[in-house]
Write a protein that binds this ligand. Structure first.
Ligand code: IPM
Ligand code: MG
Length: 405
């Protein structure tokens, strides 16, 4: 028979083992879930929701698909595409810029590939019937809180930038923009009429601690796969919401000791991006600052027509991949648009959502090959290069994929 003391020690030992096992599992779960890079396991067929949207959208999507299909074939997988409406076309067809059937289609897909939305036709519509409202509704309802906007200077296009070559050479920035909070979504908001008859418009810029923490974690994880430097951009010298932002970023960053964290006020950052863009690696910021700074960074690269983006959230949900540029209604229907940002968005989809990083690298390489060969759409055209239309540019990328060893 065991003495009471022995029984007690056995109980204590069992208790310790249980505690160790549980904490090991928790830590392990945390590590694997936070460093999990892909939402979808490797598959032989992926379901993709295709949202061509408005303006040049349908053209750039059709130009992008052949190279995506070819890259799948090369790597042993296929795609099943299903189209949905968003933006202006959805307003025309369903009287809703993000109809429920599009939401269902997106939710039940592995990934969403979007082109662009908007056009003059809907510019005077009330807010709930504007194309942009559909985009915001999609981001919010699908929980896509992190928007990754890379701005990497492509040597072949260095002369297409309005900035000096020596300033932008080697620039490689990732803007991590919070996408479902901040002043875009804060309440109260509206336009009211004061007792004296004067109208007053107001929006609320607000962030909760968990919202700041989760976007910081995304930025940290991304920075660790790059040069391990994060610059958090805020306006903490004026805005309370930014003071909290900075505090939470600093606390969260303690979990990532290998990442070098710095802070910058947004006005200074806007200036530094032009003065010395190479100082930046990963930038993390709120929704509106990210909207502005990502457009600014795009001009370092030469053309907005080259910039892809990824919007991701809870990794069990499909991500959204779209070019940073708009729908360019003036170019629509003329076969003049640049489909490369769309193709590069498809590459981001392969990398961040579909567990196909090799295929992603190959697709990006194919774009480089086409640029090396001197093919250019109007937005990046330079003397001595071959001016091509949207469709031809897509065909050239497809050809480069097929010719790849
Ligand atoms: C962007 C766009 C959108 C935004 C518009 C179209 C609502 O400018 O994706 O950057 O402001 O987020
Ligand atoms: Mg924008």
């Amino acid at each position: 028979m065991m003495s009471q003391l022995q029984q007690l020690s056995v109980c204590f030992l069992v208790y310790c083992c249980v505690v160790v096992i549980i904490s090991y599992k928790t830590i392990n779960y945390r590590v694997s879930s936070s460093s999990k890079a892909y939402a979808v396991p490797v598959k032989s067929e992926y379901n993709i929701a295709l949202l061509p949207g408005d303006g040049i959208g349908p053209e750039i999507i059709s130009a992008a698909l052949p190279s995506l299909i070819a890259i799948g074939k090369k790597n042993g997988f296929e795609f099943k595409f299903q189209e949905g409406d968003i933006g202006g076309i959805a307003i025309d067809r369903h009287n809703d810029p993000f109809p429920n059937e599009t939401f269902e289609l997106c939710k039940n897909s592995d990934s969403v590939l979007l082109a662009c939305i908007g056009g003059y036709k809907w510019d005077d519509n009330p807010r709930e019937l504007r194309p942009e409202t559909g985009l915001l509704k999609m981001r919010k309802s699908m929980g896509l809180f992190a928007n990754l906007r890379p701005a990497k200077v492509i040597p072949q296009l260095i002369d297409a930038s309005t900035l000096k070559k020596e300033v932008i050479e080697g620039v490689d920035i990732m803007v991590v923009r919070e996408l479902t909070g901040g002043i875009y979504f804060g309440t109260p908001k509206g336009i009211e009429t004061l007792p004296n008859g004067v109208r007053r418009g107001f929006s609320t810029g607000a962030y909760t601690e968990p919202e700041i923490e989760r976007i910081t974690r995304v930025a940290m994880e991304i920075a660790m796969k790059r040069n391990s430097r994060v610059c958090s951009v805020d306006k903490a010298n004026v805005l309370d919401v930014s003071a909290l932002w900075r505090e939470v970023v600093i606390n969260t960053a303690k979990d990532y000791p290998t990442v070098e964290l710095s802070h910058m006020y947004v006005d200074n950052c806007a200036m530094q991006l032009i003065r010395n863009p190479r100082q930046f690696d990963t930038i993390v910021c709120g929704n509106m600052f990210g909207d502005i700074l990502s457009d600014e960074s795009s001009m370092l690269v030469g053309s907005l027509g080259m910039l892809p983006s990824a919007s991701i959230g809870d990794l069990s949900q499909p991500g959204l991949f779209e070019p940073c540029h708009g729908s360019a209604p003036k170019l629509a229907g003329q076969d003049k648009a640049n489909p490369l940002a769309q193709i590069l968005s498809a590459a981001m989809m392969l990398r961040y959502d579909l567990s196909q990083p090799v295929a992603a690298d190959q697709l990006e390489r194919a774009v480089e090959i086409v640029l090396d060969k001197g093919f250019r759409t109007g937005d990046i055209h330079q003397p001595g290069c071959t001016l091509v239309g949207c469709k031809r540019m897509g065909e050239e990328v497809e050809k480069a994929v097929n010719e790849m060893m």
